[in-house]
Design a protein around this ligand. Sequence first.
Ligand code: SF4
Length: 280
Amino acid sequence: MRAINVSEIREAVMKMCMDMNYYIGADIQNAFEHNLEKEESPIGKAILLDLIENAKIAGEKQVPICQDTGMIVAFVEVGQEVMLTGGGISDAINEGIRKGYGEGYLRKSVVTDPLLRQNSKDNTPGVIYYDIVDGDQVKIKLAAKGFGSENMSRSKMLKPSDGIDGVEAFVVETVSLAGPNPCPPIVVGVGIGGTIDKAAQIAKKALMRDLDSVSRYEHIRALEERLLEQINALGIGPQGLGGSTTALGVNVEIYPTHIAGLPVVVNINCHASRHLETVI
Ligand code: SF4
């Protein structure tokens, strides 16, 4: 067994909360630049240039990329040969969020009760998923999820006979209905299979994948490419003002499902797609 004190996890989470709000990911930066060359709409080009400049200023001055600094979503893989010491892991993660958002002067956006709407004033709690895996390490994937884009997400229980065409139509319809609201250019996460809740979880996980990563399944890679093409043909463009850069990427994750169902969830992320990973 390897002992890991949860204080290490707390400190790692604190640093990631600040870093991902200040520094744009290399995959998003590359996608801005790549699309800038291809974008034909003058206003689309101008907005992509603004986004590049915005990210540069945020990194240089260590200020948030966006005023909406998000709600923290964590995917945590705990090796079964790890012995956690020094307290509870969930408490440590939330303490890391509390410190990161406090010391980083990041906006606190979480309300403790979804109906009574009282701000928790420290951006806790995060939404935390755990997996027990082989090994003696703890891997933490963290996202600061903005809600302009989260609010545009949709789910549907398709019929198995709807097949891949039904999935494509639903994803493209979701992005079309979202229009300018999720702050395009967006990243589209799609979860297919499992149960309705599992589909939502893997759709979120899909958003954690770097844009230059590809699915290990050939038919899913082809689906991702077709979806990106169709979405960018919608003409929504950067900030919804027209152009071909509506999405920077489409990531699809799948999971086995029941013979009677085909759950699909589309989870949208904005251009401030903030996620980081650390291994302890
Ligand atoms: S959706 Fe993203 S870019 Fe838009 S306001 Fe929220 S965090 Fe900012």
